[in-house]
Design a protein around this ligand. Structure first.
Ligand code: AMP
Ligand code: ZN
Length: 145
């Protein structure tokens, strides 16, 4: 099992650093964020160290993803929130500070203004179609079905 001695989340997985752990099984750990955006802000991580969303094995991701519906339900019920954001900052430029892949489950309340809607750039049919084709080409090159 891949692990990184300098990684704070690997240390949490190995109980070398304390954390408020809500769920821990062979593939996945969920614990409360130490500096939450809202009370009940939960982090969900793979047990195996991987840095970003492109670094995780599909099987490990499938197991983690399989926990998200019930963990989301747990967050909603325990926090009393009415909605939540599921966020993954993948890569430094996307805001990732801890280089062990993780998913934020952030409780949301009516008009709470916790996370502002990000700027959108609009698009036209032609540029969307070009980008779509590029992505399909990459998928085909990677041999995906
Ligand atoms: P990100 O910016 O997506 O990498 O988010 C990293 C998150 O990890 C932040 O929300 C931090 O508050 C949280 N965090 C960092 N260290 C710990 C820790 N020891 N225990 C719990 N959460 C942590
Ligand atoms: Zn790690």
């Amino acid at each position: 099992m891949r692990s990184d001695d300098s990684c704070i989340f690997c240390k949490i997985v190995q109980s070398k650093v304390p954390a408020s752990i809500v769920l821990q099984n062979k593939a996945t750990v969920a614990f409360l964020d130490i500096n939450p955006i809202a009370t009940g802000h939960l982090l969900v991580i793979p047990v195996e160290h991987c840095s970003t969303i492109t670094d995780i094995a599909p099987e490990a991701m499938a197991r983690l993803a399989g926990e998200l519906p019930r963990l989301s339900q747990v967050v909603l019920e325990a926090s009393g929130a009415v909605a939540l954001n599921l966020i993954c900052n993948s890569g430094k430029e996307a805001g990732q500070e801890v280089p062990h892949l993780h998913f934020h489950l952030i409780p949301r309340y009516t008009d709470d203004q916790r996370i502002l809607r990000t700027n959108r750039m609009g698009s036209d049919d032609e540029s969307r179609e070009r980008m779509c084709q590029k992505m399909v080409d990459v998928l085909v090159r990677e041999g995906s079905d």
